[in-house]
Ligand binder design. Structure first.
Ligand SMILES: Cc1ncc(COP(=O)(O)O)c(C=O)c1O
Length: 394
């Protein structure tokens, strides 16, 4: 089905931050398959883990114990401080699990029609429940009736959240991204997540963080909530970078969310199978062994500074922001065309929320590749802006 507007290129192979197309041309990848191939393409540790596991055992069923799944749950809970994990195959599915947990938690408190508070500008997936939770009308149009039980508030606004909770006694959970990815790399104020945490604790609501895009090292911490020491969510969802391209998602719980789902309440045929778990374990081991979170933090600061030096004063550049390896360069005009222009320059980028250039390069890039991304993107932006009449922006 024509569900994707595809660019006119196909890739035949990849290595690190580089992809080769079917004609043999090489591209620098600053998108990582949309924040998925965080260790770069065909990372040897992941490739070996998958090869070995494919020769040993690919799939059994969740009818039986799966030691690699247990090992992965142990590792994820150790690095996150969460307590238990459920495994699935994608970000949308991980969020479906979170939504089911919120509703069941509500029912356990005698709330028949639980309400989940979600955010403007959010993205949580394309299934019916997750597109209902998503704060973007484009994703929802044509799919009415949406699900009941969701209330939306502005992102990064604690007063609005307090008011909504006051207005909706059936509220049981708040679902949000620590940085809005699809919404335009929106980094909230540094105290926002701690504020949400304390409101949720006071009002006995579950704090549910969608770390599908921000998680597994991307922001320079294992998980984005760890930038603030006082925050531990009740529910956290993961996917994307967890398997470096091998499909796997996870929903982790702590505190009041532990024990909500019991045997028979949820499941997935493929979820947490040995092959996917072997890939995810290799990803986590590599991030730890190579100290990639620190690497991301160091390079991110350098790249952000370099972007600011090259573009900061330019009319038409509204904002340049980053948390770790999530970069957003916001222009004052729509700039979707830049994706095609970058492709012609053998660079993979993305534009989201119409005016925001999104860069989510692999965590393993070296300083030279990082500077090459900055140079290429800056040149493209300057050429693009000078070819469009841009009013001076205040
Ligand atoms: C924050 C967030 N949540 C959920 C999803 C959905 O993930 P998937 O496409 O794996 O279902 C995405 C995908 O972009 C995302 O960025």
């Amino acid at each position: 089905m024509p569900t994707y507007g595809r660019l006119d290129v196909a890739f035949a192979k990849g290595q690190g931050a580089w992809l080769t197309d079917t004609q043999g041309n090489q591209y620098l990848d600053a998108l990582s398959g949309i924040a998925v191939c965080n260790l770069g393409h065909c990372h040897p540790a992941v490739t070996k883990a998958v090869q070995d596991q494919a020769e040993t055992l690919i799939h059994t069923s969740n009818f039986y114990h799966i030691p690699l799944q247990t090992q992965l749950a142990d590792k994820l809970t150790q690095v996150s401080g969460m307590e238990q994990a459920f495994f699935c195959n994608s970000g949308a599915e991980a969020n479906e699990a979170a939504i089911k947990i919120a509703r069941k938690y509500g029912h356990s408190k005698g709330i028949d029609k639980p309400v989940i508070i979600v955010m403007d500008g959010s993205f949580h997936g394309r299934t019916m429940a997750t597109l209902t939770a998503t704060g973007n009308a484009k994703v929802q149009v044509g799919f009415d009736p949406l699900l009941p039980g969701f209330v939306r508030v502005p992102y990064n606004d604690l007063d609005a959240l307090r008011m909504a909770i006051g207005h909706w006694p059936e509220a049981v959970a708040v679902l949000l991204e620590p940085v809005q990815g699809e919404g335009g790399i929106k980094v909230p104020d540094s105290e926002y997540l701690a504020g949400v945490r304390s409101i949720c604790t006071q009002r006995k609501l579950l704090m549910m963080l969608d770390e599908v895009q921000t998680g597994v090292g991307r922001t320079g911490q294992w998980f984005a909530f760890q930038h603030n020491e006082t925050v531990l969510p009740d529910v956290m969802t993961l996917a994307k970078g967890l398997g470096n391209g091998v499909p796997i998602g996870a929903c982790l719980v702590a505190g009041s969310a532990v024990g909500v789902l019991q045997a028979g309440n949820h499941g997935s045929t493929f979820g947490g199978n040995p092959l996917a778990c072997s890939a995810a374990l290799a990803v986590l081991e590599t991030i730890e062994k190579d100290d990639l979170c620190q690497h991301v933090t160091t390079l991110s600061d350098q790249m952000l500074q370099s972007f600011k030096n090259k573009l900061g004063d330019r009319d038409g550049v509204k904002d340049i922001r980053a948390l770790g390896f999530m970069f957003g360069i916001e222009l004052s005009i729509p700039c979707g065309d830049l994706v095609r222009l970058a492709l012609a320059e053998r660079l993979l980028i993305n534009v989201t929320a119409d005016k925001v250039i999104r860069l989510v390069p692999p965590m393993i890039i070296n300083a030279e590749e990082a500077e090459l991304i900055v140079e290429k993107v800056s040149k493209l932006v300057l050429t693009f802006l000078s070819s469009h009449a841009v009013e001076s922006v205040a």
